[in-house]
Design a protein around this ligand. Structure first.
Ligand SMILES: Cc1cc2nc3c(=O)[nH]c(=O)nc-3n(C[C@H](O)[C@H](O)[C@H](O)COP(=O)(O)OP(=O)(O)OC[C@H]3O[C@@H](n4cnc5c(N)ncnc54)[C@H](O)[C@@H]3O)c2cc1C
Length: 371
């Protein structure tokens, strides 16, 4: 595992302020929290220091997202999207084919400069009925007469919504329009571009303040293709985000454990249950961090399968742990807006995040024995 360069005390200090804001208003987008993450150079923390980051590894980023999730899961979720993009770009331009390397290096510099200017990149990939599957993407990218790609299609659950300046979006593109194109490509789109309509239909069970809105693209001009043709297959970046997503329900369970276990309850039976919960939490965290430690570009199908198992197991078991702890929590937490009740509701988002549990389990069953 890489030596950690993350200062978790610093992150936890920020997270305490996030928790206080969330206690005051759990519905409003956490703009002040995102601004503080920007001010501390944490939105793009995986970038090298020369690009305005902290040189974080995926292990660092996973620990930091978990620490924030224990205090404010919504902030952790909206942060995980640009944090993941920075982590993937921080692999550097060497991942590009030789002919695309210089252009990709320049793109990395441009995006890192936008992070330094406080701009937010958000993920706008999911589509209704696609079940989290990339192959089922229906959004299309077509070149106009001037050669600019334009996106058309409907997206759902784009966290940060109008609070982001840029979306990164998956779309299908015909090989005659982009030689070497993969199943889908990532495109960068300004959220204020013509043809981008951001809905206001978010009404989640948990993660109330994430502004996870529907988006309709109607011939929306893209800023640029992210990377180069067949980027997703050549770089295999999605596993980075999947590790960060698993850290969110894990942080929810940690937050509930902290809230209920401090001060330690007088009942020996409860102390035993909390000691057992601590063992389960520590085992989940160790599994996730070991998997995160294996991240590299184009890591191949065995690593993708390991990440899928880890994300599935950690999300599912963290959510169960959160529910079991909530059942032990007593009447004073049984209020819709109590921090513990919010953490419980927020934890379930981890099982819905890409790939959602049902799709992940189907894929695991297909893969089992096939390695
Ligand atoms: C709080 C929250 C925030 C999110 N933020 C973002 C974001 O910022 N950006 C973003 O792009 N996405 C985001 N998502 C979306 C998320 O990452 C998933 O992609 C999405 O929730 C999964 O698809 P669905 O819910 O539309 O499932 P549906 O397509 O409605 O499918 C319903 C169910 O059927 C299952 N299913 C469907 N097709 C198949 C299949 N072929 N095989 C097996 N099972 C199948 C699915 O797994 C799912 O359980 C967010 C989700 C949540 C809950």
């Amino acid at each position: 595992m890489n030596a950690a360069s993350v200062d978790l005390d610093e992150v936890r200090e920020l997270a305490r302020a996030f928790a206080e804001r969330e206690a005051r208003d759990a519905e409003a987008y956490p703009a002040a929290n995102v601004a503080e993450l920007h001010a501390a150079s944490l939105v793009g923390a995986p970038f090298a220091a020369g690009l305005g980051g902290r040189g974080w590894s995926l292990v660092d980023a996973t620990m930091a997202v978990e620490a924030v999730a224990a205090a404010s899961p919504s902030t952790a979720l909206v942060w995980s999207m640009p944090l993941g993009l920075a982590g993937v770009l921080a692999l550097g331009a060497d991942v590009a084919p030789a002919e695309a390397r210089a252009a990709y290096a320049a793109q990395i510099e441009r995006i890192a400069a936008a992070y330094r200017a406080g701009e937010l990149y958000a993920a706008c990939n999911s589509e209704a009925g696609a079940g989290g599957s990339l192959a089922a993407t229906r959004t299309l990218a077509r070149r106009d007469a001037g050669g600019v790609f334009r996106l058309s299609g409907d997206k759902i659950l784009a966290s940060s919504g109008r609070f982001a300046q840029h979306f990164f979006s998956t779309a299908k593109v015909a090989p005659e329009e982009l030689p070497g194109a993969g199943v889908v490509e990532f495109f960068l789109v300004r959220t204020d571009a013509a043809g981008v309509a951001i809905g206001s239909d978010w009404d989640g069970f948990g993660m109330r303040s994430t502004e996870s809105q529907s988006v309709r693209y109607t011939d929306a001009p893209v800023e640029e293709l992210l990377g180069f043709a067949n980027y997703l297959a050549l770089v295999q970046p999605l596993q980075y985000w999947f590790c960060l997503f698993a850290a969110i329900p894990l942080g929810c369970a940690r937050g509930i454990l902290d809230a209920l276990g401090t001060p330690a309850p007088a009942s020996p039976a409860l102390r035993l249950r909390f000691a057992e919960a601590t063992m389960r939490y520590e085992a989940l965290r160790a599994y996730l961090l070991e998997t995160a430690g294996g991240w590299r570009a184009a890591a191949g199908p065995a690593y993708a399968a390991r990440v899928l198992r880890t994300k599935t197991y950690v999300s599912q078991e963290s959510t169960k742990l959160a529910a079991e702890l909530f059942a032990l929590s007593g009447g004073r937490h049984y209020r819709r807006g109590s921090p513990v009740a919010r953490l419980l509701a927020d934890s379930f988002a981890g099982t819905a995040l890409r790939p959602p549990l049902a799709l992940a389990l189907d894929t695991l069953a297909e893969q089992f024995g096939g390695e």
